[in-house]
Design a protein around this ligand. Structure first.
Ligand SMILES: [Mn+2]
Length: 279
């Protein structure tokens, strides 16, 4: 059974069967421990996307918006199951489709990986490591998502990390999880090791400095610039095989800096580059 709400703002350019890129929203933020509200992002990012000037080429691209998953408020596990069902359905309809997820909180990334081979490298841009065993007793928490992903067999790395516990750092060291802060040389070194690999990119918007991206659920001082983020996904598209991506933790309720517009712009750029390359 599918739990997709298709009552949306964006028009698809094609059916899921013909799509190179499929967009899927997950309006879920029940484990948000600080500022709730990222559940509004899937619709708000689409609204800003609708208003953005589109490159003419966009309208001819094989892009399909498959809708929003019907999230289950207060129940992360059940929500993840619904996301997995929807992703599996999309992959059944179109084996090679590139799934672009829109959160919602970071926890959803675990389910968006459904169907990807375990030798995929999961690269997270995030101010936090999200490697806690649990957070406030909740294993399926935004603060534990990279730990759950690592436990399910994927290689994991984090760029932009600047707020984490020594337990998380220990876990990273024991499990070969690479992480770096925001220095360009460190970023290039980490990306250099991903040359030729299949990579899934999860962009937690709090990786970006809150002075330009205030609309996030857990802001942390310092951070990546928009240019850094563009550099990273462009490098992955050129030198690695980008196999899927998501944009999570955008919180329109606290957006005083056009964070939601930045998310929409990144979304457009990734769609144009990935769908353009596949066509
Ligand atoms: Mn995160």
């Amino acid at each position: 059974m599918l739990y997709l709400n298709r009552n949306l703002i964006l028009e698809s350019n094609c059916d899921i069967k013909e799509a190179a890129v499929a967009l899927i929203g997950v309006p879920f933020d029940s484990t948000s421990s600080y500022r709730a509200g990222s559940r509004t992002a899937p619709l708000e990012i689409r609204r800003e996307f609708f208003e953005l000037e589109k490159e003419e080429t966009f309208f001819g691209l094989p892009f399909c918006d498959i809708g929003n998953v019907e999230a289950v408020p207060g129940n992360a596990r059940e929500t993840l199951r619904c996301v997995e069902d929807s992703v599996n359905w999309a992959r059944q309809e179109n084996h090679g489709v590139f799934i672009l997820g829109l959160g919602g909180e970071h926890t959803i990334t675990h389910a968006l990986l459904a169907g990807l081979p375990k030798d995929t490298f999961v690269l997270s841009l995030d101010a936090h490591l999200d490697l806690k065993d649990d957070y406030l007793g909740e294993k399926w928490s935004h603060a534990a998502v990279m730990r759950r992903i690592s436990e399910s067999g994927f290689d994991v790395g984090v760029i932009g990390a600047r707020s984490f516990t020594s337990d998380e750092d220990d876990y990273a060291r024991k499990h070969g999880i690479v992480h770096c802060g925001c220095g360009r040389k460190d970023i290039e070194k980490l990306l250099g090791n991903l040359k030729g690999r299949r990579v899934y990119l999860t962009l937690d918007f709090d990786a970006i400095s809150p002075h330009i991206a205030a609309g996030v659920s857990n802001p942390e001082p310092g951070g990546l610039s928009l240019e850094d983020v563009r550099f990273i996904y462009n490098r992955l598209i050129q030198k690695s095989t980008l196999a899927g991506a998501d944009i999570v933790e955008v919180n329109p309720l606290y957006d005083t800096t056009a964070t939601t517009v930045m998310a929409a712009g990144i979304m457009q750029d990734i769609i144009v580059k990935v769908a353009g390359k596949k066509r």
